[in-house]
Structure formats: C-alpha cells, structure tokens
Design a protein around this ligand. Structure first.
Ligand SMILES: C[S@@+](CC[C@H](N)C(=O)[O-])C[C@H]1O[C@@H](n2cnc3c(N)ncnc32)[C@H](O)[C@@H]1O
Length: 254
C-alpha cells in the first residue's frame, strides 16, 4: 500500500467506524429479532445448515449477535464467540446473550490464538472491511486445519454500487442494471433516507483469490433466490426475483 492509499484507507476506516456506531440502532430495529424476512427465512437457516454440528465457532462482525444466538439453539456447542468493533452492537449482544461470549475486535486483528476454532462465520461483514487480505489471513490463522469458513456477502456481482431495478418508460423495458462491477471502490451509500452505510466493493474473483492465497478453498457456493417474505415487500422486488441478493461461500481451511 503506498502512503496516499494508506492515508485514505485510515480515513475511510475512521468514518466507517463512526457510521456503524451512529447507525447501530437502525440495524438492530430493522434487521434483527425477526424484523427482516431475509434473515428469518434465508440467512439464519442457511448459516445453520452450513455450520452443521460445529462446536467451536467464531463470528466476525457479529453485530447484536443474532447469528450466534440462532446457532446456540440448533446444536450443542462448546464455544460461541462473537467479535465486532462497534460498542453499541456489543452492548446489545451481551444483553441478549444465551451463553455466547462477545469481545470487541475487528476482523483484521482477532485476539485469539492460532487454530482455536473449528468454524468461522462472517455474515454481511466483509463488504464493509477495508483490508481484505489482512482479515482473511486472520480468519485462516484462527481456524484449525480442515475447519470451515462460512462467508456471506451481499452478492458482489449483482449488488455492485449503482445496480438496481430500472423501469425504462421510454424504451418500455424493465431490467436489472449492473454498476461498474470491475471497479474496486469504497463508498458511503444512503441505504434509506438519512441512513449512510460504508461499503467496499470488490469483484468476486478478488474474494476467492485472496481466500485461496490464505489456504481457504471453496467447498460450496450458494446463490439463493430472494425469499418469499422479501419479495412480498415491494412489486419491484418481485420483478427482480431472478437476481440474487446474497452470495454464500463455504470455504475449507486446507
Ligand atoms: C451488516 S452488519 C451484520 C451483523 C451480523 N453479522 C448479522 O448478520 O446480524 C455488519 C457488522 O459489521 C461490523 N463491522 C464493520 N466493520 C468491521 C470490521 N472491520 N471488522 C469486523 N466487523 C466489522 C459492524 O459493526 C456491524 O455490526
């Protein structure tokens, strides 16, 4: 990283941290505890299936802990630990905890010894992480050989910045526009009125090649159609039902 890139990266990280703190309540109210059909109908069951009977699980970017709480109910587990850099998320996670433990840390500096987890989960987190290679190296370091990395992202191809449903009144066509997929870019997006969230867009090959360089190799890839409860929320969601919103990768530590 050159000096200017280093400076921009640090500045973006600072802004991102403030935005996550500021918007913690928005996330908690709109996306947790059954408020969001994509979580209840799709994300939580999918993570539970991919995690299976794993016993020592770390969740990176755990938010208010909904993924770990769900995992604590699906099988007996020896250890469930969640990390997140946002204090407002961790406070609520600790209040709602059902036996899981929560620690303040970010993806690029995990405060755990080598090979102490059999599974790491990251659910809609790495598209907010600036240093991809550093974070993946940390995931690989704390995973035991043969351990699984359950890696969920807003689909990096179809949900590129400036992608979306276009209802073209002139051409009388409707289609899904893809933004500048190949351009790696940090953005702050207004995801709904007055709510600004930091994103880092990267092409899918960046994720897979960086993971492979750390010894994390693809075992399964899932691109589910948006679930029924989500499609029911707006007519244009239904029109775009063949465009996946989610990408789930099950990677294995070689
Ligand atoms: C979209 S929320 C997802 C929360 C949780 N994984 C879930 O699915 O409910 C993204 C989370 O990533 C966290 N986050 C942002 N930057 C991070 C980083 N560099 N390392 C780890 N977590 C980060 C935020 O604080 C936020 O809680």
């Amino acid at each position: 990283m050159d000096e200017q890139e280093d400076y921009l990266s640090t500045e973006f990280k600072g802004i991102a941290a403030e935005l996550w703190s500021h918007n913690a309540g928005w996330w908690q109210e709109g996306f947790t505890e059954g408020a969001d059909p994509e979580y209840t109908e799709q994300l939580l069951p999918l993570v539970a299936r991919l995690v299976g009977k794993a016993e020592r699980i770390l969740e990176v970017g755990t938010g208010e802990g909904q993924v770990l709480r769900q995992l604590s109910r699906t099988a007996p587990r020896g250890l469930l630990v969640g990390v997140d850099p946002t204090p407002e998320q961790l406070r609520l996670a600790a209040e709602r905890a059902q036996g899981e433990r929560y620690v303040r840390a970010e993806a690029g500096a995990l405060p755990f010894r080598d090979a102490c987890f059999d599974t790491v989960v990251a659910c809609l987190v790495f598209e907010h992480v600036t240093d991809l290679e550093g974070a993946l190296a940390e995931v690989a370091r704390v995973l035991e050989a043969g351990g699984g990395f359950i890696f969920l992202l807003n689909h990096p191809l179809f949900q590129t910045p400036d992608s979306g449903w276009i209802d073209d009144q002139v051409l009388e066509e409707q289609y899904w526009r893809i933004g500048r997929y190949l351009e790696e870019k940090r953005t702050v997006e207004e995801v709904e009125k007055g709510v600004f969230i930091p994103f880092v867009h990267r092409p899918l090959s960046r994720y897979l090649n960086a993971a492979r360089a750390c010894g994390l190799v693809l075992e399964e890839m899932v691109e589910p159609a948006p679930p029924a409860g989500f499609l029911a929320l707006a007519p244009e969601y239904y029109e775009a039902r063949f465009v996946p919103r989610l990408l789930a990768l099950h990677l294995r530590r070689s």
